[in-house]
Design a protein around this ligand. Sequence first.
Ligand code: TXA
Ligand code: MG
Length: 322
Amino acid sequence: MKIVPANEANVAEAGARVRRGELVSLPTETVYGLGADAFNGEAVAKIFEAKARPRFNPLIVHVSDDRQAFVIAEAGERARKLADAFWPGPFTMVLPRNEASGLSELVTAGLDSVAVRVPDHPVAQAILLAAKRPIAAPSANKSGRISPTRAEHVASDLGDELATIIDGGPAAHGLESTIVSLASNPAVLLRPGAVTREQIESVLGESLSMPDATAISNADTAPIAPGQLASHYAPNATVRLEATDVRPGEALLSFGATTPATSGPTINLSPSANLREAAAKLFESLRELDRANVDQIAVMPIPRTSLGLAINDRLKRAAAPR
Ligand code: TXA
Ligand code: MG
């Protein structure tokens, strides 16, 4: 059995694993999370690999207190009020992302905003302190499965992907955190949870707007509808997929050791054809090629296996007519 008690040694080991870029199970008061160093793109890529998610959705970044939250995200008056009222707790805020903080682009799936939460669970807090860095964590279940509320659930779903699972006891709420976006005005309730709409409205002194019916709460149980996350990063340049050559005026996003000749701007997602490395670099590479002001980005074929499915899904969206 890989389930281990939440003692000092196991917590210290979990912190060390996070710093080494490995996955850890993070017991929280809502559901168990599958955590990785939010600053390390390849570690974050392992989350999508382990969950077998066919697409990249932005993840919640867990921090130990509001001071750390407002290093990775921008604080405003409303965010401070809500942080005072509901952190630590089952409450997540989507805020403008602080570009200088070093957060992996994969954590936010290329968005300019980031979802942050301060969990109210002694074991989650202890692991965050031991890791000494923010931990990105969606629920610790395979894509399409039910969120885990006990260490045993994590073991049965993701036992193969984790060295050990720290038993933090049954999750008190058993339901994912409430998510409010302050990245736009007015504030939007993106996902209902234990902190209620009424509580939030009373602290804010304004009413929350609701996302439209196609916008979903939990990307694990409902697919991201077209048009959801409208601010999702799309390059200004058009994108040509499955490219085996580079045309005049194009930038090249390549993959693998053998790449077509070009004198234009080019980035290789992974010279060794490693999908984890490619996933970690995808969003920042699209941005960087876009900054070169080319009309079109030619993208070499990327295998449709494992993380390649999510990479191809994102590229297809980037290439869709706008
Ligand atoms: O209770 C919870 O929040 C659990 C535990 C482990 O803390 N975590 C969790 O994380 O549910 P996750 O990554 O599965 O939930 C992320 C949700 C998704 O629906 C995603 O679309 C949304 O938050 N989200 C994340 N970042 C966002 C952003 N920048 N803008 C809009 N939505 C965002
Ligand atoms: Mg989930």
